[in-house]
Design a protein around this ligand. Structure first.
Ligand SMILES: [Zn+2]
Length: 240
């Protein structure tokens, strides 16, 4: 008799327990997914920082081999249509990578629109060089960008060498945070696709990885950088 009277309460408790369990499972799976995606993003940023350190080492080896002068932005003329060449600072560094490995790619870069068809192009690997490390010269009526001597850099530990940037951008003079900071792009016809990407400066946890001229790499937010062509000897920046 008492068992019959308690039956509805028994089922109510069971229903409540199942509901709570389902809720906990849902919360747990969301938390697990969030944890896994954070772990993946941490791994991507770590791989990226290692890539940039390797490229900074290759940059130093290149300069050692070229009378202390850094590589050019692009091996051929850089005209109004963009860089009409596959040979840029990145391809110039390839002989100086360990075991002649191919160029490293930022694992978190985006490759969108027409750029997808050139995803194996070195300028689609998600890194750019500091544009202040090159000097413009006019040869045969066309602009060329030659690398500067390392002796021009007063504060190597504060001066950016290479950094995360949207695919299709070859060089920058500031963190890749806004469309107006785009300095050198790979073919003007890709400009719209370049501008649709998330800026490189917010690629990893709202910041990005930067390699400096002394060879070390650090994560920074865009606001950490001094703007302009001259270093203040205090803050990180692109200026010399
Ligand atoms: Zn990256």
């Amino acid at each position: 008799m008492s068992g019959f009277a308690n039956a509805p309460r028994h089922w109510l408790w069971r229903l409540l327990a199942v509901t709570v369990w389902a809720g906990m499972a849902a919360v747990s799976s969301v938390a697990t997914w969030g944890f896994l995606s954070r772990t993946e993003e941490t791994r991507h940023s770590s791989v990226c920082a290692t890539n940039l350190r390797g490229l900074a080492t290759a940059l130093a080896l290149y300069a050692d081999d070229h009378d202390d002068v850094l590589p050019s932005l692009a091996a051929a003329a850089f005209g109004a249509g963009g860089a009409q060449t596959r040979s840029t600072w990145l391809t110039a560094l390839m002989p100086y990578r360990d075991n002649h490995l191919p160029p490293p790619r930022c694992p978190s870069r985006e490759v969108v629109g027409q750029l997808r068809y050139g995803a194996s192009h070195p300028n689609c690997y998600g890194y750019a060089m500091n544009g202040y490390l090159m000097r413009q010269r006019i040869r045969g009526g066309q602009r060329e960008y030659g690398g500067i001597p390392r002796t021009c850099i007063k504060h190597p530990a504060l001066t950016v060498a290479l950094c995360d940037a949207r695919t299709g951008i070859i060089a920058l003079r500031a963190p890749d945070a806004a469309s107006d900071s785009v300095y050198g792009i790979y073919l003007r016809k890709f400009e719209a696709d370049i501008l649709t990407q998330t800026p490189g400066a917010t690629r990893h946890y709202g910041g990005a990885n930067y390699a400096f001229m002394d060879g070390h790499a650090e994560w920074h937010r865009a606001r950490d950088f001094r703007r302009g062509s001259v270093s203040d000897g205090d803050r990180v920046g692109f200026g010399l």
